[in-house]
Design a protein around this ligand. Structure first.
Ligand code: SAM
Length: 272
């Protein structure tokens, strides 16, 4: 247990820089993070940690804290239906809606350790109608530098590839190296990874045909959710699609997007 001012300081810092909310009842979840930081910076206890952080936060201290305070839970083909719908009905929709576009811009806006953008490519390649992957520009971003590092390595544990990934796709796209599984490099190199803070960074305008923003806004309060979704909407081309997580919705958010049934999944389409 730390002093109340310590929890307050760290939770306010994390909220200000990421929008991730640690409410008073969640303060105990910071304890394990404090312990990791104490080890990382070779300190004696929480009090030393607090004094270090209130004096001056270096970029390294900032990154380590933010990495620890994000929840990077993800898995391949999470909820499966959105990926199938994206590859089949989503691509048919894009071809009809944007008949003159020679390539498509997709964005996985909180890609964590890379399972989401890789699932998008595997879905296009395996569930789609002979779709040519050369026509895809896929960007993937996250605020967590550790998560991005892993995403860029394309290496997963046996447990990670067993979660959600159909066996035929595991065989098709991965090679086993001792205890690890490595994604086909020709797939990985199609993804352009970057660090991006959804809350504080600007997004490109009217750029994307499809944005996946799944299981990230659940950690934000309503004001921040509205702010981020307004930017996501601006980043989509009119007629572009947005996929949210199962159970996430635009309730309480006033942006020009309407829900659309797509195969066996739901997404949102930007009006226009
Ligand atoms: C639970 S994971 C979801 C990953 C993936 N989209 C999925 O559905 O499986 C949430 C991710 O959002 C990232 N995140 C949290 N706040 C963020 C912010 N303000 N800007 C960018 N990414 C953020 C976290 O680092 C984490 O990797």
């Amino acid at each position: 247990m730390a002093e109340p001012e310590v929890y307050k300081f760290f939770s306010e810092y994390v909220y200000k820089h990421t929008g991730i909310l640690y409410k008073e009842q969640d303060y105990y979840r910071l304890d394990a993070r404090f312990n990791t930081l104490i080890k990382e910076f070779d300190l004696k206890d929480v009090s030393e940690l607090y004094h270090l952080y209130i004096q001056k936060i270096t970029p390294e201290m900032h990154t380590t804290l933010i990495d620890l305070c994000t929840n990077n839970e993800t898995y391949f083909m999470r909820d499966l239906k959105p990926f199938k719908a994206f590859a089949k009905e989503g691509m048919s929709y894009l071809k009809e809606k944007f008949p003159n576009d020679l390539s498509y811009n997709f964005w996985s806006a909180a890609c964590s350790t890379g399972q989401e953008p890789l699932s998008l490519l595997m879905a296009l390649d395996s569930f789609g109608d002979n779709f040519n992957l050369d026509k895809v520009r896929l960007e993937a971003s996250d605020i967590s530098s550790e998560a991005l590092k892993k995403a860029q390595s394309g290496v997963y544990t046996g447990l990670e590839v067993q979660r959600g990934l159909p066996a035929n796709l595991l065989i098709k796209y991965f090679t086993q190296e001792e205890e690890s599984w490595k994604i086909d490099p020709s797939l990985l190199k199609r993804i352009s990874f970057k660090s991006l803070n959804l809350l504080t960074d600007n997004f490109p305008l009217t750029q994307y045909h499809i944005i996946f923003i799944r299981n990230v806004l659940i950690y934000q309060d309503m004001d921040n959710k509205r702010k981020i979704l307004a930017k996501v909407c601006d980043a989509l081309k009119p007629g572009g699609l947005m996929f949210m997580g199962a159970g996430e919705s635009l309730i309480g958010v006033d942006i020009p997007m309407t829900q659309k049934e797509l195969g066996k999944a739901f997404c949102y389409v930007k009006e226009g």
